[in-house]
Design a protein around this ligand. Structure first.
Ligand SMILES: [Mg+2]
Length: 227
């Protein structure tokens, strides 16, 4: 391995909490209207809207508003919609909390001869802010903020950095985004599961083999790579 890619959300810093907290808030807000399957309906709206808004807080905020309008049959007062917009802004301003051991692991990788890339998806502006506030930005050789983590994206990123796929290891918390497409293009993947996972990221993990492994924590990665 000559090049390591690290995921950001729920690999370096906490992310899914802010979405789940917002969902709990919106469920309470429309409690008298909210059907039992509110969560599923919101997830379905988010899935439908990905091709319009992409990943991230802004798309989530619009999907939240759309779902609430649906479940209240248009009865939600404008003032409450305004509250949801504020909620989205609060999510964007939420402090960045690094996961335990993440800072040290990144520092060790950065000090090694390995090339270190941050590969993250979501709203460009939100991700730029979070990277800046994480304090880790200077430790990466390059930051790639992408709109989707699929095979084409990884091929493009590897091509841009002139890395042969077998020399690339991607570490992250999502089987769907950080593991499957990386294996498909011939790279190596390390899954570091996070206790919370967005429903649309759910995917079956392959069996461990020479190119795919599971880690308990990012802190294990430098040892694994001998740096
Ligand atoms: Mg992630």
């Amino acid at each position: 391995v000559s090049t390591v890619g690290l995921d950001g959300d729920d690999t370096l810093w906490r992310n899914e909490e802010r979405f789940q907290e917002a969902q709990a808030f919106v469920r309470d807000l429309v409690a008298s209207h909210a059907p039992d399957d509110f969560q599923q309906r919101l997830l379905a709206t988010e899935g439908r809207n990905l091709r319009f808004f992409g990943y991230g807080v802004k798309g989530f905020t619009l999907s939240m508003i759309e779902t609430v309008i649906e479940v209240t049959d248009g009865g939600i007062p404008a003032r409450q919609i305004q509250r949801l917009i504020e909620l989205g802004k609060e999510m964007l301003e939420a402090p960045v909390e690094l996961l335990p051991g993440a800072g040290e692991a990144v520092a060790r990788l950065a000090a090694s001869p390995l090339r270190l890339l941050l590969v993250t998806k979501g709203d460009l502006f939100d991700q730029e802010e979070r990277i800046a506030r994480s304090g880790l930005a200077d430790l990466f050789d390059a930051v790639e903020i992408v709109s989707e983590k699929d095979e084409a994206t990884y091929r493009r990123v590897l091509g841009r950095h002139q890395v042969e796929p077998p020399e690339f290891l991607m570490a992250g918390n999502s089987v769907r985004s950080d593991v499957l497409p990386v294996l498909a293009v011939g790279g190596v993947a390390a899954l570091i599961p996070y206790p919370l996972l967005w429903g649309l990221e759910a995917a079956e993990a392959p069996a461990e083999n020479g190119r795919f492994l599971r880690l308990q924590s990012l802190a294990e990665l430098p040892d694994l790579l001998g740096v």
